[in-house]
Design a protein around this ligand. Structure first.
Ligand code: ADP
Ligand code: MG
Length: 428
């Protein structure tokens, strides 16, 4: 049954339970907007009604929804501003125009990846193959891949862009339905294959096998292969023969943008939205967004929504009050990064100098990795920023975080230490 019908069913249940005056007043213009997994999002445009409904009837609605949808539904109620910033991400048509080379702002953090992408998009001009681009999330890999893909398609190349997750699903389906010939035909007859989020192939040996053969076939025919992933090559968890294929081409990374690039990106997004804000606010946002560019976009989208809803110019005060409480940026509740290593030292008995040093004995290494984990996961610092606090490089931070993630599943002492540090730092 359609989401809308199921929602109507929930309304019938609610009408029986709620006082008719309240029901008529509050439950008129509510619409389900999204069902993603078991999360149902409903939109209440009027923010006063939204607040009243959440306060008084959240539990009623949640139980009605669970009755009519017949499963464990997580209810999310949003207002208009949330909806606008959300829809600007979901709108595929918009993103189709958005992801182009022209809309990619180049700075020192991404110029190599940009130059390499432009070159491989010029097909016959490029002398490297494949191209592997890696970075932390939200720094522009997908943007570059889609820009290459569009450029190639416009020049009549048969280019395929696909996430490695979808690639895996298609591959498995082709085996199940005995259509591996079709699969092969599709992927081996293209001029360029762009695979996004390759880290998803980790552990999927059979798909890696399929990918390897596709890769070789394309490679021998001088077709282009472009791959994006989260990890530097030496940490990519794929068969070594695949890694060495990637190594034979060009490997470039994207670093978090510096302040000037962030400002340029913000200004570019403002222009696309036809929005004017003062330089003071732009600088404020640039300073605030330490994690990724997706954050910058959500803030700018919200500012736009705020202007169109209130018709007021944005002052630094109302920009700040809107941005605070923004769920992706929990800057307020976060302890200072410089307090992390002393807190780990206190919990583990390993000195600050030892944590930052080069010693390899087990307790020191664990304390160091725990610091990586807290800086990167709890405080959301980039691996580069975490690394500079610990005198370690990007790769060893990633290693440290991975190690702790794995170890936490079985190591009781480590869990206890982590909790102690979190208590000291008031992280919950
Ligand atoms: P990734 O694939 O690395 O996680 P995305 O390509 O999805 O990151 O980028 C996240 C968002 O930030 C996208 O909306 C993208 O358009 C935007 N973005 C990233 N880098 C830039 C840039 N240099 N200039 C303009 N927008 C960018
Ligand atoms: Mg991506």
């Amino acid at each position: 049954m359609k989401v809308k019908n199921l929602w109507d069913k929930s309304l019938v249940i609610l009408r029986d339970e709620i006082n008719p005056n309240s029901f008529n007043l509050l439950f008129k213009d509510i619409n389900p907007v999204n069902l993603d997994g078991n999360e149902l999002t409903i939109l209440i445009e009027n923010s006063f009604k939204k607040d009243a409904i959440i306060k008084k009837f959240y539990d009623h609605i949640s139980s009605a929804v669970n009755q009519s949808f017949g499963s464990n539904v997580n209810l999310k109620i949003i207002g208009k501003i949330d909806a606008e910033s959300k829809s600007s991400f979901k709108n595929n048509k918009e993103s189709f125009y958005k992801y182009t080379f022209n809309n990619f702002i180049v700075g020192s953090s991404n110029e190599l990846a940009f130059a390499a992408s432009k070159q491989i998009a010029d097909f016959d001009e490029s002398d490297f193959n494949p191209l592997y681009i890696y970075s932390e999330v939200g720094l522009g890999k997908t943007h570059l891949l889609l820009s290459i893909h569009k450029h190639l398609s416009r020049n009549n190349k048969n280019s395929i862009y696909i996430s490695s997750e979808r690639f895996t699903n298609e591959y498995i389906r082709s085996i199940k339905e005995r259509k591996t010939d079709d699969f092969r035909k599709k992927y081996r007859n293209c001029d360029a294959l762009l695979i996004d989020d390759i880290q998803f192939l980790s552990g999927k040996t059979q798909t890696q096998e399929g990918f390897f053969h596709t890769f070789n076939d394309l490679f021998l025919k001088s077709k282009k292969i472009i791959i994006a992933g989260d990890d530097p090559l030496k940490l990519v968890d794929l068969e070594s023969r695949l890694i060495s294929r990637f190594q034979s081409g060009l490997v470039v990374d994207i670093q978090p943008p510096d302040f000037e690039t962030k400002v340029a990106i913000i200004e570019h997004k403002l222009k696309l939205l036809d929005l004017n804000i003062s330089r003071e606010i732009t600088d404020y946002i640039a300073n605030l967004c330490q994690i990724n560019i997706r954050q910058i976009e959500s803030i700018v989208n919200r500012l736009k929504a705020m202007v169109s809803l209130t018709n007021q110019e944005i002052t630094i005060e109302n920009a700040k009050s809107m941005i605070i409480g923004f769920d992706e940026i929990k800057v307020q509740n976060k302890p200072a990064p410089s307090s992390v290593i002393p807190a780990v030292s206190k919990a583990t008995g390993v000195s600050v100098d030892e944590i930052k040093g080069k010693g390899r004995s087990e307790n020191i290494v664990i304390a160091r990795r725990l610091s990586c984990f807290i800086l990167n996961k709890d405080l959301n610092l980039t691996t580069t920023a975490s690394g500079s606090l610990l005198n370690k490089n990007h790769a060893s931070i990633i290693n440290g975080v991975r190690f702790i993630e794995k170890e936490l599943k079985s190591n009781f002492n480590l869990r206890h230490n982590l909790q102690q540090v979190r208590n000291t730092l008031k992280i919950n």
